[in-house]
Each structure stands twice: as structure tokens, then as C-alpha cells.
Write a protein that binds this ligand. Structure first.
Ligand SMILES: Nc1ncnc2c1ncn2[C@@H]1O[C@H](COP(=O)(O)OP(=O)(O)O)[C@@H](O)[C@H]1O
Ligand SMILES: [Mg+2]
Length: 281
């Protein structure tokens, strides 16, 4: 059995986490090959490999400073890695390397087929325009021009993330932290991306609000069959959202596997430490 087939079998087991059947995928949606990121003397990511299939949710966990965000920003094309390839199976132009594609193409993908949910809504929302415009802006990027239709679609998405439609003309700064994160999610999902990146999406919120956001994220990701890469230092978040986990330490992947396997039966001493420190906390 080739490595490909082993992965294929793994992908078949994925639906357990979210209950929706994932069709056995043939080509990865996103693939990182030998990706390294250096900042001066710091090797933030050290020869990372990963495959992400359509509809799959990959969690990247590890303590602060382990290189999770650096990797995510490379994958999402926000920064270029020092080395390596990042292959994306685009709808219209086949498999392309995110590293070598031109800037206009990268920006197009970021506005359309990809989403990025930042830890802080400040980084993920436009503070000077209304909630409705925050959502509508991305629709215009995919060619929507009709004001009424854009507004209607924005309203629909606000409802989907449980924001009252009467708030459509309000500036996001008047929203609570939880609402701002939900607005960020609506803004990202409105173009029906096939791939969404999230960096600690719940970390800025009170614990009581986190649970509701997590539940919503879990539902949306599974309903829309969107693939996701979620960076989190919180193993409970990883457990709830991710089918598969990668554990990073000092820029390297020390362990990976199905979420339940990694968390219930960690093999690497570092993962064991991460899991046991959560249990003690
Ligand atoms: N823009 C940057 N310039 C210099 N060093 C950076 C930069 N971004 C991250 N680093 C360093 O890279 C390492 C990994 O950081 P990061 O990817 O933010 O980790 P994590 O998201 O896991 O907390 C850390 O040592 C951090 O200080
Ligand atoms: Mg980080």
C-alpha cells in the first residue's frame, strides 16, 4: 500500500469528528512541501510537510512560540516562506504554488476561495464600514454588483452567525467581542471559500462566549464542507473542531494523527506533557 492509500484510509475515518461524510478525496486541496521560515537566527518553521483534503479540518497545536502562526501565514500567502512549496488545487487554474504565483493571483484567492479568521477582530474586520459592508465587500470581489442582492446576502449571513439583522448598518466597534468574531466568520464564509485559515479564533473571548462560537464554527464548517487549518494552543478547541492534529514544537512537527488518537494516546513526550498539563489545570 502506498503512502497515498494510507492517507486515503485515514481520510475515510475523518467524519467521526463532525458526523458528515467526507467523500474520499483524490487530490489534496493544500499541500506544504518542505516549508521553512527563518527570522534571523530563529527557525520558526523547520521543513514542514502537510496535506489537507477538501472538507478536512486540520488543527495545529503547540505552546506559544512553537511556530504555528508563522506556518499559517505562509500557508495563507501572507508572507513567503524562506524555503519550500505550498501547492493549492485552484478551481480555475489547477494546482498552483502559492509561493511563486504572482501577487495579484494570491490576493484574488485570499478574497474569494480562501478565508482567514484572525485572533483579533481588529485585524480581520474593517472598522470604518458597517457590518453589512464588511460582509458585502467580499461578495463584490467575486463579481456581485447589485446593491439589493448584496445587502440581502449580507443579511442572510449575519443571521447565520446569529447577529440580529437590525445591526446590519452598525459599525463593528459597537459589537461585543463574540459578535465581532462571528462577523469575521460571516465576512469570510460569504464567498463560499473551500479553504479557511484560523489563528486562535476563540482566544480573545471570555470562556462563556467561546463555547457558543466554537459550536457555531463546528456547525458551519461541517455544513459548508469547507476545509480548515486551525491554529490553537487550546487542546479543547482542537478536540472540538479538528479531524486531524499536528503538534509543533520549536518549529518542528513532533507528532501528527487523528485528533482523538493524538490527544488520548500521545506518543511524543512533548505531546504527553501538553495533554497532561491541560488535565492538571
Ligand atoms: N515577524 C517576526 N520577526 C521575527 N521573529 C518572529 C516573527 N514572527 C515570529 N517570530 C518568531 O518565530 C517563532 C515562532 O513564532 P510564532 O509563529 O508566532 O509562534 P506561535 O504562533 O506558535 O506562538 C518565535 O520565536 C517568534 O518570536
Ligand atoms: Mg500564534
Amino acid at each position: 500500500m502506498s503512502a497515498f492509500n494510507i492517507h486515503h484510509a485515514t481520510a475515510r475515518e475523518l467524519p467521526q469528528a463532525q458526523g458528515t461524510p467526507v467523500a474520499a478525496p483524490l487530490t489534496p486541496l493544500l499541500q506544504a512541501i518542505n516549508v521553512s521560515q527563518r527570522f534571523g537566527n530563529v527557525l520558526a518553521c523547520d521543513r514542514i510537510h502537510l496535506d489537507l483534503y477538501p472538507g478536512e479540518v486540520l488543527g495545529i497545536v503547540g505552546e506559544s512560540g512553537s511556530g504555528k502562526s508563522s506556518l499559517l501565514h505562509c500557508l495563507a500567502g501572507h508572507v513567503l516562506p524562506s524555503e519550500g512549496q505550498i501547492l493549492f488545487a485552484s478551481k480555475d487554474q489547477g494546482v498552483q504554488d502559492v509561493v511563486t504565483m504572482n501577487e495579484a493571483r494570491r490576493r484574488f484567492l485570499q478574497r474569494t476561495d480562501w478565508g482567514f479568521v484572525h485572533q483579533s477582530a481588529r485585524d480581520g474586520l474593517r472598522s470604518d464600514v458597517s457590518a453589512g459592508a464588511n460582509v458585502g465587500e467580499r461578495l463584490m470581489a467575486v463579481g456581485a454588483r447589485h446593491y439589493g442582492a448584496i445587502r440581502q446576502e449580507a443579511q442572510h449571513w449575519l443571521a447565520r452567525v446569529e447577529i440580529d439583522e437590525t445591526r446590519i448598518d452598525d459599525l463593528p466597534r459597537y459589537f461585543s467581542g463574540g459578535m465581532q468574531q462571528r462577523l469575521q466568520i460571516a465576512r469570510n464564509l460569504v464567498t463560499k471559500p473551500r479553504l479557511i485559515f484560523m489563528d486562535e479564533p476563540t482566544a480573545s473571548l471570555d470562556v462563556s462566549v467561546q463555547a457558543r462560537l466554537l459550536d457555531l464554527l463546528r456547525q458551519l464548517v461541517s455544513q459548508l464542507h469547507v476545509a480548515a487549518v486551525i491554529v490553537t494552543h487550546d487542546l479543547a478547541v482542537a478536540r472540538l473542531l479538528a479531524h486531524r492534529l499536528m503538534v509543533m514544537r520549536q518549529g518542528q512537527v513532533v507528532e501528527q494523527g487523528l485528533t482523538d488518537q493524538v490527544l488520548d494516546d500521545p506518543q511524543h513526550p512533548y505531546t504527553q506533557l501538553l495533554v497532561s498539563s491541560v488535565l492538571q489545570a
